[in-house]
Design a protein around this ligand. Structure first.
Ligand code: ZN
Length: 387
């Protein structure tokens, strides 16, 4: 950049951003620390701290312990100076979450309700969002927007869902949803939103394959720290890769998809009938499945071995295209133990014909409501870039 062309206003803006970013990253800092770290003059730092404080973006948070003399004043970002909402639309429920500027979720509500692409459904959702937002007690203008994560592919312009077999409709328009909402809104593919949340909460990933082992499987490709969507935006839709030609039926209408072998639903399909696990109470059934597995019930151990074998085949296939880290997330991830990761890693390594190092298969770090959080995070990222 040619610095001679930077105006005074631009320079002030750059300094303000730098000071804010530094405080945001360090969480609590003294004025002197900012001066030293950013190599700015004391008056410049003082001015920026005053401006940021007046804008309600930072606050004074006590004093640093000192061995002598005056204790330095500490400054921190106001984590809830702005907040964002996330709305996850699934075929059997919708979920609303509120997050602060650090991405921390401080309220969440789940509403069991079958998805319908009708005005009545959208009105119900919007009324719930309004009530949820009102219960937070924040002024409307501190809510940056609402990211809507849906089980379907989103068009390039982000205006509608182009494909959603899970929601049982071919087109859900953002306008139809947004007209009932009082905030800026955007649509995002749920798996992509969840992967975005994962990226937000970890700094150790550059390239990775993200696998969300939810009731229905989802995925995303992470390249250079961002999500790679591909030319037709279908990158990472591993769920419909063929794992077993002419195999089990998938909800997409094809047979043998990864979804039919590696999703949480597929695991429960295998277990169903063996020990009379309740089909409908999915959560209880899963908990019971893992209880039986961990107590070494041979039927459940056999099912789990088959499942891990199929999952290792899916991972191995993906790995031959993208030899990177793998992140396991979603509903099943909450039940996985270290021994499962070790076994999965061993199986994937065993399938490789090359003398390659075993892959790194890592547990996800984002909480369960990753899709709603990830959708909301887009507004947080956008806001932080404007400070
Ligand atoms: Zn399929």
């Amino acid at each position: 950049m040619d610095t001679t062309k930077i105006t005074t206003t631009q320079l002030r803006q750059i300094n303000r951003s730098k000071v804010y970013e530094y405080i945001y990253e360090k969480r609590a800092v003294s004025k002197q620390e900012v001066v030293q770290a950013l190599q700015m003059s004391l008056p410049t730092v003082t001015q920026n701290l005053n401006d940021l404080e007046a804008a309600g973006l930072i606050e004074r948070t006590g004093f640093l312990a000192s061995t002598g003399g005056r204790k330095p004043q500490m400054f921190s970002c106001c984590a809830d100076a702005r907040i964002a909402l996330g709305l996850e639309l699934r075929n059997d429920l919708f979920r609303i979450a509120a997050i602060d500027l650090y991405g921390a979720m401080f309220k969440e509500e789940t509403h069991p309700m079958e998805f319908q692409n009708t005005p009545e459904y959208l009105q119900t959702v919007s009324r719930s969002v309004d009530a949820f937002a009102a219960s937070l007690g924040y002024p409307d203008d501190s809510i940056l927007g609402i990211g809507i994560a849906a089980s379907g592919l989103v068009s390039e312009d982000g205006q509608y869902l182009t494909y959603s077999k899970l929601l049982g409709c071919s087109e859900v328009r953002l306008d139809d949803l947004a007209q009932h909402l009082n905030y800026p809104a955007m649509l995002i593919h749920d798996a992509m939103a969840a992967a975005f949340a994962e990226l937000w909460f970890r700094s150790d990933i550059s390239d990775a394959v993200y696998l969300s082992l939810n009731r229905n499987l989802g995925g995303a490709v992470i390249l250079n720290g961002t999500i790679y969507q591909g030319t037709s935006l279908i990158s990472g839709t591993f769920e419909h890769m063929c794992l077993v030609p002419h195999g089990r039926s998938c909800y997409c209408g094809k047979k043998g998809c990864v979804e039919a072998y590696c999703s949480a639903n597929s695991l429960m399909e295998r277990a169903n009938g063996i020990a009379g696990l309740p089909r409908t109470a999915e959560k209880d059934a899963l908990a019971l499945f893992f209880e039986k597995l961990r107590s070494h019930d041979p039927d459940f151990v056999a099912i789990w071995r088959d499942y891990l074998s199929d999952l290792s085949l899916a991972i191995s296939n993906i790995r031959h295209v993208l030899d990177s880290d793998f992140i396991i997330s979603g509903l099943l991830h909450t039940y996985l133990q270290e021994e499962d990761y070790e076994e999965l890693t061993r199986l994937v390594a065993q399938r490789c014909v090359f003398p390659a190092r075993p892959p790194r298969i890592l547990p996800g770090k984002c909480p369960k409501q990753a899709a709603a959080i990830g959708a909301a995070l887009h507004y947080i990222r956008e806001f932080l870039q404007t400070i």
